[in-house]
Ligand binder design. Structure first.
Ligand code: FMN
Ligand code: SF4
Length: 794
């Protein structure tokens, strides 16, 4: 009973205890929860620490798959197969070290480089230091070049005659078309420690794609590259920009007057940490350019005196103490006016960004000289508008521009063949009669700036296709019509043979090369299909910079890759590619060529330029041949076009090899290939074009005799399915092989040692030149003749 009574009292007892000790109880509960939470937190911290490797402990290495944007769909780049450092130096490091982490959301850790530039101005000790003035210019139609030369001359006179002359080194001038941007705009140039640089930049403005756009992209790219200081040029003493524009077409800055010079000035301010030594100068080429330039020069000279006397850039400019300059450069350029980030990580986006960041410039090429145009430009531009210097230059030299990005021209060999005076080397080697051949390109733009290309400065360049695109059938109709028109114009030329003239009215072959990069055109496959359906054979030359397009190309009659150098450094110097990963692209193209060598005739085209890519490079070229195993290797001496562009690229007649030198080079290459067990032999020559052919003996010899010619009709039959090919896969026929359309034997007169001139043609010697041997052939030719740029042949 007593027990029942005690239990009945329990709730009351508990209530009493709660009322008496509730504060203590609540405090104890809070303390307990805190201790438990703390314990969980500390445990978590310990786990994180233990995930990190102990100092110097081995970390797991993982192979990181490189997947550049140019790789074809569903393809991965096997770095070990690419042998990227076969002949080269510091190539891509494909193995990155990665600390194995727990699965979970990927966190990217990085340190944002402060936009505020801390780098102080380089101090200038006027007793020991020297100022090296560098004058950079860019010119498409020569105006800025003339002004720059004049400016450099007066500046030189001033630096040698002024009171501070001991502080100055002789000014140097650079054409930006031929300047490696990375050598001057990624950091100040390398020099003795007491030599400090000052940049003068003189530029025109073009509201179309030109090399200038590439320069702007490169400045922007450098500034935005998160691996580089945002002001990598702060080591310069200073800079100043002068722009040339045309107020007739672009009356005000709003309309785009000198817009590119203004942009360059702004990027330079950012890259130098605001070292603008003198304000941007601008001149109207049709009015006051001369006076404005003199004014600007006097101003910059005064700034140079200040520097030379140790006073830096003067008041109000960063580096001199008072960073009071205030304009848009102070604003964090990572944000545009809408507050949206404009930082780019994809280099390919830069083109459009540069355009969009500039003052919106109207592009109405039909009204170039008319009233100011409205401001907005949307959508792509024409690659070669009729008002562009490129258009003027190309048409002047006999090119017909089709649409806005294709070109056609009859080469001198077509004219020569019409007159019965001989065809080009393609006749000797492959049986192509020059009067049946059309030379064209669907892309006048290119991603290289090769030193031997005569069009520099004026040719459109770009790494991606971003122009208005013409349809392939329109291009085909346009180029064939223009070709026939030009042939017809030959009707009255003395010596043209009637039968050849009649034959020429049916195009049989197309050399897709001319200038520019044909596979850059997005519908190249459709264009090729149209040609093949019209029974026109296709010889396509590409510059080994577009592996994705190369891999996706339909088989052509003969596929060429230009091999302008045997190693990375030499390729960089001679082709001056726009792609930073040019060597990887080049190597990938070689591997694609190797894979496709049983589908179509593949050719290496070597253009030898003395002093650039000949000496000591035989082994390097042999490496490349070994890698791609092309069916043929054509070795050709460069043709000197004698333009100022070639001159600025450092090319002179001394760079044009003699035929004997080309022949000697080929003999060495043949030996080198043989020493590696490769089965190449010298198949044919055409001394007149300074060209020699190496071919794979196992594939293009019949009973020990060379058979380098092509059976074109058989190629079309194979293409149309009228004849069956012999390319097999898993026991089934999957297509044709180059061996299926090998033509007749290489004629005797074309074989090595016989000169390569068809005896049925009439040989015409240039004034003062005569036959070296009785038969008129045999290695006596001199390639080193200055020819008109229009005489360049594929
Ligand atoms: C197609 C074309 C576009 C041009 N665009 C501009 C422009 O947007 N703004 C400007 O001020 N001048 C423009 N100009 C004028 C040139 O900048 C001017 O003629 C300059 O002197 C050319 O210099 P260069 O001969 O050194 O190439 C353009 C000229 C051409 C032919
Ligand atoms: S690849 Fe041809 S067109 Fe392009 S830059 Fe070189 S030489 Fe000129």
């Amino acid at each position: 009973m007593a027990l029942l009574y005690d239990l009945g009292q329990l709730p009351n007892e508990l209530l009493l205890i709660w009322h008496t000790h509730r504060v203590a109880l609540l405090l104890s509960a809070v303390a307990l929860v805190t201790v438990v939470r703390l314990a969980i937190y500390l445990r978590g911290q310990r786990e994180k620490v233990s995930v990190s490797p102990a100092p110097a402990s081995p970390v797991e290495k993982k192979l990181v798959e490189l997947r550049p944007e140019w790789l074809p769909e569903n393809t991965t780049l096997n770095v070990s197969n690419l042998n990227l450092d076969d002949h080269a130096e510091e190539d891509a490091i494909a193995v990155a070290t990665i600390v194995k982490a727990k699965k979970g959301p990927k966190t990217v850790k990085g340190k944002k480089i402060s936009k505020k530039i801390a780098t102080p101005a380089p101090s200038f000790d006027h007793k020991t230091d020297k100022i090296q003035p560098l004058v950079f210019f860019q010119s498409l139609s020569g105006t800025t070049e003339r002004f720059a030369a004049q400016f450099a001359k007066v500046l030189t006179e001033w630096t040698t005659g002024c009171e501070q002359s001991a502080s100055f080194l002789e000014p140097q001038t650079f054409d930006l078309s031929y300047t490696e941007f990375d050598d001057y705009f990624l950091s100040p140039p390398k020099a003795e420690p007491n030599v400090k640089h000052f940049y003068f930049i003189l530029l025109p403005t073009y509201n179309i794609d030109t090399v200038l756009s590439i320069f702007l992209e490169s400045l922007q790219e450098t500034h935005n590259d998160f691996r580089i200081d945002t002001a990598p040029l702060s080591g310069l003493l200073g800079y100043s920009v002068f722009g040339f524009g045309d107020k007739e077409g672009w009356p005000t800055e709003e309309d785009g007057f000198c817009s590119q010079a203004r942009e360059v000035d702004r990027w330079m301010a950012r890259l130098t940490g605001r070292k603008r030594a003198y304000p941007l100068g601008m001149g109207d080429v049709k009015a006051d350019a001369d006076a404005r330039l003199q004014e600007w020069r006097t101003g910059v000279q005064e700034a140079l005196v200040e520097i030379a006397e140790g006073r830096g850039l003067g008041e109000g400019v960063r580096g001199s103490g008072d960073a009071a300059e205030s304009d848009e450069e102070d604003i964090d350029d990572a944000e545009d006016s809408n507050g949206q980030t404009t930082r780019v990580d994809d280099v390919e986006d830069l083109g459009s960004m540069v355009t969009s960041s500039s003052t919106a410039i109207p592009v109405d090429f039909t009204t170039y000289k008319s009233a100011p145009k409205s401001k907005s430009t949307t959508g792509p531009k024409e690659m070669v508008p009729t008002t562009s210097p490129t258009y003027a230059s190309l048409t002047k030299q006999g090119y017909s521009i089709i649409g806005s990005h294709s070109g056609v021209k009859i080469c001198r060999w077509t004219k020569s063949a019409l007159r019965g005076r001989g065809s080009c080397y393609k006749y000797s080697f492959y049986g192509i009669q020059s009067h049946l051949c059309m030379e064209a390109t669907p892309s006048l733009s290119c991603s290289n700036k090769c030193v031997f290309c005569w069009r520099h400065g004026t040719n459109p360049v770009g790494t991606t296709w971003r122009w208005i695109t013409d349809a392939p059938d329109l291009i085909f109709d346009g180029i064939t019509a223009a070709h026939y028109k030009k042939i017809k114009m030959m009707k009255g030329v003395p010596g043209v043979r009637a039968e050849r003239f009649a034959e020429a009215m049916r195009i049989r072959h197309c050399a897709l090369s001319l200038v520019g990069e044909p596979i850059f055109y997005p519908h190249i496959n459709e264009l090729l299909e149209i040609m093949h359906k019209s029974r026109i054979s296709t010889f396509l030359v590409c510059n080994a910079q577009h592996p994705a397009q190369l891999a996706a190309l339909v088989p052509v009659t003969q596929l060429y890759v230009s091999i302008d150098a045997s190693n990375k450094e030499s390729l960089r110097k001679i082709d001056r590619p726009l792609h930073r990963d040019f060597w990887e692209r080049f190597c990938a193209c070689l591997d694609i060529l190797r894979n496709r060598r049983f589908e179509q005739r593949t050719v290496f085209r070597l253009t030898l330029v003395k002093g650039f890519n000949m000496a000591e490079e035989v082994a390097g070229y042999a490496d490349l041949v070994e890698r791609a195993l092309p069916c043929f290797v054509e070795v050709k001496g460069v043709t000197y076009c004698g333009t100022s562009a070639a001159g600025s690229a450092g090319l002179t007649m001394q760079n044009v090899p003699f035929y004997e030198e080309v022949a000697e080079f080929v003999t060495h290459l043949e030996k080198e290939l043989a020493s590696r067990g490769l089965t190449y032999g010298i198949g044919a020559e055409h001394a007149h074009s300074c060209c020699v052919l190496l071919a794979d003996r196992t594939r293009f010899q019949r009973d020990g005799r060379w058979a380098t010619r092509i059976d074109f009709e058989r190629f079309f039959d194979l293409y149309e399915g009228k004849a069956q090919g012999t390319r097999m896969e898993n026991g089934a026929v999957v297509g044709w092989r180059p061996e299926d359309y090998v033509g007749g034997e290489t004629p005797e007169w074309a074989l090595w040692g016989n000169g390569g001139f068809d005896p049925r043609d009439q040989r015409v010697y240039r004034k003062g030149k005569g036959p070296k041997t009785e038969d008129g052939g045999g290695g006596g030719e001199q390639a080193g003749k200055k020819v008109d740029a229009a005489a360049l042949e594929f």
